[in-house]
Design a protein around this ligand. Structure first.
Ligand code: ZN
Length: 306
């Protein structure tokens, strides 16, 4: 999860003062606050300007558009496409787009929560699914949807919890009992659920994992745990496959590792090309399992002829 930074009302004033100092000196400089966060931002700016900055309700009359934050830059792009008006914000994520004026610069991975958004980061994030519901033509106030934005945020934090788990913490290796272990350990059909990073739509299937130990083994349940740590992030199947193989390679230092993933991608099935029921297979092979006899043995054990 991004680092949550709660902005106090006092910090809003400081940011407004820093922004006001950059605004060209002109009597009755007119600003328009972009709904919704830009409205309190413009009010704050006007309040520290000793009457020099005036708020207008018509964007056409504005000398500058004001927002609370320049984040992805998308809001700014939408407004700048229609108007040539300069753009300013209390806060801006680094690197700030050229031409924009910001009071205070913040880091990319900071998630700002403004005083007008309430005190709870998840509650302010619930704005996102609420806006999405409006965009698709739904009424977020109807009974069945009233709790949906909060549930949506909660479930997204759960299905992306892998970002907050260190893979090494699930890979406790043990050497006791592994002394004579040099035969391939295979676990088939480990269920996995992930989300594709291009559409944020699920892909799911199974992982087959094998390794040839070299003095270190892990509990079998750990292979499923490890798979989940990487699956519970936004992924492409190829990277997911490689990350599992590389983590095992690093922590077990085995003679060989093989990971095969077989997944169905809902972004291809329920939208786009609508190729229903097809699955995508990816593999990552390391060391002794990369070629020769061990490799063939692995693929025959998992029931594939590759
Ligand atoms: Zn996709």
């Amino acid at each position: 999860m991004a680092r949550i930074k709660k902005i106090t009302q006092q910090e809003v004033v400081v940011a407004a003062q820093a922004l006001a100092a950059q605004i060209p000196f002109k009597e009755a400089y007119r600003v328009f606050g972009i709904p919704r966060g830009g409205v309190p931002a413009a009010l704050a700016l006007a309040s520290v300007s000793h009457g020099r900055i005036r708020i207008v309700d018509d964007p056409e009359e504005a000398d500058m558009f004001i927002d609370d934050i320049i984040d992805s830059g998308r809001t700014r792009a939408t407004w700048s496409a229609k108007h040539l008006t300069p753009f300013g914000a209390l806060f801006g994520k680094r690197p700030v787009a050229p031409g924009a004026k910001v009071g205070i610069e913040v880091e990319q991975d900071e998630w700002l929560v403004f005083p007008w958004e309430g005190s709870n980061a998840e509650a302010s994030a619930a704005d996102i699914p609420t806006r999405l519901l409006q965009l698709i033509g739904e009424n977020p106030e109807r009974e069945g949807l009233r709790e949906t934005p909060a549930r949506f945020i909660k479930s997204w934090l759960e299905i992306t919890e892998g970002y907050r788990i260190d893979p090494s913490s699930v890979l406790k290796v043990f050497e006791d009992g592994a002394e004579k272990c040099d035969e391939m350990v295979v676990q088939r059909d480990i269920p996995l659920y992930s989300n594709c990073e291009h559409h944020m739509v699920p892909f799911f299937g199974v992982a087959h994992i094998a390794y040839i130990p070299s003095g270190k083994v892990v509990g079998l349940s750990k292979l499923a745990r490890l798979t989940n740590v990487f699956a519970r992030r936004l992924q492409v199947q190829e990277r997911l496959t490689n990350q599992i193989a590389d983590a095992l390679n690093e922590h077990l230092q085995p003679q060989g590792v093989a990971v095969v993933l077989q997944c169905r991608h809902l972004c291809m099935e329920m939208r786009g090309v609508q190729r229903i029921g097809t699955s995508t297979m990816t593999s990552a092979l390391r060391g002794l399992l990369k070629e020769g006899e061990a490799r063939s043995e692995f693929f025959s054990l998992i029931g594939s002829t590759r």
